[in-house]
Write a protein that binds this ligand. Structure first.
Ligand code: FAD
Ligand code: NAD
Length: 404
């Protein structure tokens, strides 16, 4: 009998978790396994706020995919996926068409702009490693230009962050570390810099524990970061953003750097391929297959799962993406061997949000933590992801080993 071909799209947390688990579970003669990714490296999406602010070099955030593959079992194809033809069981890429018997889609997220005018054109999004590099370079260029110009333009040193969710807060935490360094490097008075976070909801980190949120806001405010709460961004322009401060009350903020961190959607390939979806996320069956597609699994930020306890979707996180990846590997083996597929249940261990340097907040195994303890826990979590995918060697190479 012909060996089935398993194609995995995306080498993020979800895709790489499928591959690294599958290559342990299956013999080379049982399936042909193909991994397709845009780049020949994986980047740690959960560290992109650091690369964006410039507190961590981008090279530290990424590693070679080849280093975690069993090349006797997995073929890697560096290509950009353009579409999926589920009828013909083919993936269309910029380099070739790839046929599959079983498919896993793990193409990650895109920034959600909610149709707000001007955001796509005038705002940055911490969406991938190239975007992160661009943000870092752009901010540094603004500081360099400000230091040289005779008539100073204050908007060069005004950074607006749209959204006080976890991404916005973690990025602000890194800015709190990086901006003083930039001021020092370019002989700029720190008082000339304004960092403003604009949040639509009535609180920072909506839904998170109030005591921890107060800790985070207190720490970020001590670094000079301002918050404008209950004030949605309604437009981005070449000069900055317009925010809504009340019924028919708007304020324009002049800023050369607007970073949009106000939510994510799935990869637009999901929509293009014709899967039933909500904001490019497929509401997957309990065994993580796309409804109506018995040979297509969806993992990570392209998958939507409802938490039956809260009747709300689980948040798209690396924690869940990795668990889904390992689970799909088991279900692929079951599918290939003709045994029963298992339903997936996330095992949520908690959330830790870094605030830059040695500061963080978190709820882990039901316990609240702040400060250095939380910051150490965040590094442990970051290292754990490397350990699960690449083993101790990858932790030594790329891990956050300096704990204090
Ligand atoms: P990703 O890990 O983003 O990987 C997608 C992969 O697909 C990438 O390798 C990409 O290059 C590739 N790809 C995309 N399009 C194509 C294409 N067309 N063709 C080929 N390849 C393609 N979650 C947590 O649990 N904890 C955290 O601390 C945390 N921190 C975060 C911090 C930031 C700044 C951000 C932005 C997110 C954070 N998240 C965190 C969320 C987490 O990063 C995502 O939920 C997770 O990355 C989703 O994993 P994924 O495998 O679906 O996608
Ligand atoms: P999010 O959806 O969690 O937060 C977006 C924020 O933007 C919300 O507070 C929302 O009210 C606000 N917003 C929406 N529209 C707005 C507008 N017009 N103007 C101003 N504010 C607006 O998105 P995120 O922070 O990008 O996080 C995405 C996912 O990644 C989440 O699941 C999150 O849990 C995960 N994540 C986790 C961590 C961590 O665990 N440390 C870090 C980053 C991201």
């Amino acid at each position: 009998m012909k060996r089935p071909t398993v194609v995995v799209l995306g080498a993020g947390y979800g895709g790489l978790s499928v591959i690294t688990k599958l290559q342990k579970l299956i013999n080379a003669d049982e399936a042909d396994i193909v991994l397709v990714n845009k780049n020949d490296y994986h980047y740690e999406t959960t560290w992109l706020h650091e690369a964006s602010a410039g507190t961590m070099p981008h090279d530290k955030v990424r590693y070679d995919i080849g280093g975690v593959l069993n090349k006797g079992k997995v073929d890697f194809v560096k290509a950009s996926v353009e579409n999926i033809d589920t009828e013909a069981q083919k993936v269309i890429t910029d380099r070739a068409e790839i046929s599959y018997d079983h498919l896993v889609v793990g193409l990650g997220f895109e920034g959600e702009t909610f149709g707000i005018p001007g955001l796509k054109e005038h705002a940055f999004s911490i969406a991938n490693i190239k975007a992160a590099r661009q943000i870092r370079e752009h901010i540094e260029y603004q500081f360099a230009t400000y230091s040289l110009e005779e008539v100073k333009d204050p908007s060069r040193l005004t950074i607006v962050v749209g959204g006080a969710g976890f991404t916005g807060i973690e990025f602000l935490g890194e800015l709190g570390e990086r901006v003083p360094e930039l001021c020092e490097e370019y002989d700029i008075d720190p008082k000339a810099v304004r960092i403003l976070c604009v949040e639509a909801a009535p609180m920072v980190l909506p839904g998170f524990d109030k005591e921890l949120v107060d800790y985070a806001v207190g720490h970020l405010e001590s670094k000079g970061i301002e918050f404008s709460i209950g004030t949605p961004v309604v437009e981005a322009t070449p000069e900055g953003v317009k925010i809504k401060k009340g019924e028919d009350v708007f304020e324009e903020i002049k800023s050369s750097t607007v970073v949009w961190a106000a939510g994510v959607r799935g990869n637009s390939i999901i929509e293009k391929a014709g899967f039933e979806n909500m904001r490019a996320r497929v509401k997957v069956d309990p065994d993580l297959r796309a409804p109506g597609h018995n040979n297509v699994f969806i993992v990570g930020d392209c998958a939507l799962m409802i938490n039956s306890e809260t009747d709300r979707p689980y948040p798209p996180t690396a924690q869940i993406a990795m668990q889904q990846g390992a689970h799909v590997a088991h279900n692929l083996v079951a599918l290939i061997k003709g045994t029963a597929l298992e339903p997936f249940t996330p095992d949520l261990k908690g959330t830790v949000c870094s605030l830059g340097g040695n500061e963080a907040i978190g709820e882990v195994f039901g316990r609240k933590i702040t400060g250095k303890r939380a910051a150490i826990m965040k590094k442990v979590i970051d290292n754990r992801a490397l350990l699960i995918i690449g083993g101790p060697g990858l932790v030594f190479k790329k891990g956050k080993l300096n704990m204090i």
